[in-house]
Design a protein around this ligand. Sequence first.
Ligand code: FE2
Ligand code: FE2
Length: 244
Amino acid sequence: MHIHPNMKMSDLVQSDFELLAVLQRLKIPFGFKDKTIQTVCKEQGIDLHFFLNLVKWFHERDFFPGETLMNHPVKWLVKYLRSTHSCYVDYYIPRIENEIVQMESFDHSAGHNMQLMLKFFREYITEFSSHIQLEEEKIFPYILRLEENLAKEAPDQDFWEKIQGYTIKDFLDEHSDIEEKLVDLRNILLKYLAPPSDNCIFTNVLVEIFRLGNDLNDHTILEENVLIPQVLKLEEEFKKKFPG
Ligand SMILES: [Fe+2]
Ligand SMILES: [Fe+2]
């Protein structure tokens, strides 16, 4: 499918339903009628090229527009990533947790295994939450201030001091892999646990864990291959513009 600005937004979504997630994270309301991509983006205040680059990547997969995405203001990507965090925290994670709880109550023979699964998943939630919290409370605010300050005639004194001893590289080195534990959980469920009598919910949990894992993978690619390199460039520009 060739995605272009004059294509109807509804045709885009119908040809690849997974793209609904991108629209939702950009907070584009559904109900497009016959409006084109260009019109919807304009009405929602979303840069057309930023939108096209993102959906093309999600749709085509064989081409990663890293360089191109880096040419947009970093605050747009931060907004997108934040919105993705909310999806995980408010929807995906609690839903999977509830389903494991349900499985635990369904079948007593599998109950013990499900208790272990639940324990494992809750440990994962703790790890996941601190990962998200670090990004939301420290990393993203730093990035937004960097971009804001770079545009100023003179940077805020406190920010100038902060950046003297800090670089986003420190964060990248510690950016933990939040997909790995999920893969472990998936493998245990798939390879070693007998499904409880309600096989439907068991299969559904597996599908949802797969989905979340893939989604997190994309999220990490955007953070490590677009966001961080872009911030490194901004830091360099900042240091050139405001030398110590
Ligand atoms: Fe993140
Ligand atoms: Fe992350």
